[in-house]
Design a protein around this ligand. Structure first.
Ligand code: SF4
Ligand code: SF4
Ligand code: SF4
Length: 256
């Protein structure tokens, strides 16, 4: 049975305890924003973020742990992998750095860590080691209002359906993640439209992996080289900047 998270936007007070707990448990560094970063608060060191929306709404963003993940089918070497718990994890030791997973994800989740000397894609892993040890993810444990909760997917779907029935005027009558692109293990109830989490697109129920495979098979292998080249250029620029900085420091010391 799939493990899942249900986030109820109507219960979120925007306290960011989920964000803080994620950083602490996963040992994520203070964020180092990049100019080209998407403006959603996610980064290689921010695996979940809180989006502020009109009328006092706050929406958590994190990996949706798709039942049929496009990132997994796009990965040529199996660095992205689905587990029996339905949690999508990543193995950096075999990652090529091609970033197909980043292109394939319909929610724009995986981020590249430019500060690592080797290719390193990062995203929420639904606290896989904790879940394996019988615990719940840090974010759901930290939430003081029960706005984001953890459990078996079937049970959380039942909870969500019950809330929709009990409070027909509180929510948009939809469970985000129940069916789109084959379903996801991170589900949402909300009183505002959440299409902004998927590039303002209403995703249909068709799963993405088959389409992704066709698309990826038609991409020439030379693009993997482009990924590697970009990484190489980044490392070269970083080294050049570091040398310039050391030179400046040396000159300053000599002036004193
Ligand atoms: S949301 Fe994106 S990164 Fe997460 S499992 Fe789905 S396709 Fe992969
Ligand atoms: S499940 Fe774990 S890794 Fe994912 S956002 Fe929550 S705390 Fe972070
Ligand atoms: S901890 Fe709970 S209430 Fe606070 S921001 Fe996160 S989801 Fe919202």
């Amino acid at each position: 049975m799939s493990k899942a998270i249900l986030t109820d936007v109507t219960k979120c007070i925007g306290c960011a305890q989920c964000v803080i707990a994620c950083k602490a448990v996963n040992n994520l560094q203070p964020d180092n924003p990049r100019r080209w970063q998407k403006d959603d608060g996610l980064s290689a060191d921010n695996w979940t973020s809180l989006l502020r929306k009109p009328d006092g709404h706050y929406v958590r963003k994190q990996c949706r742990h798709c039942l049929e993940p496009a990132c997994v089918s796009a990965c040529l070497v199996g660095a992205m992998r689905n587990t029996e718990e339905g949690i999508v994890i990543y193995n950096k030791s075999i990652c090529l750095g091609c970033r197909y997973c980043m292109i394939a994800c319909p929610y724009g989740i995986p981020r590249f860590d430019w500060d690592e000397p080797v290719p390193y894609v990062r995203k929420c892993i639904m606290c896989y080691p904790r879940v394996k040890a019988g615990k719940q993810p840090a974010c759901t444990e930290a939430c003081p209002t029960g706005a984001t909760i953890f459990g078996e997917r079937d049970n959380l779907l039942e909870t969500a359906h019950n809330r929709l029935k009990k409070y027909p005027n509180r929510y948009i009558r939809k469970i985000w993640g129940e069916k789109e692109i084959g379903g996801t293990n991170v589900l949402y109830l909300s009183d505002i439209d959440l299409s902004f989490l998927s590039y303002d697109k209403e995703l249909d129920e068709k799963s993405l992996p088959d389409e992704t495979k066709i698309a990826m098979n038609s991409v020439p292998f030379v693009f993997i080289g482009v990924g590697a080249l970009m990484t190489g250029l980044h490392l070269f620029t970083r080294r050049k900047n570091r040398i310039a900085q050391l030179k400046r420091e040396k000159e300053e010391n000599e002036d004193e």
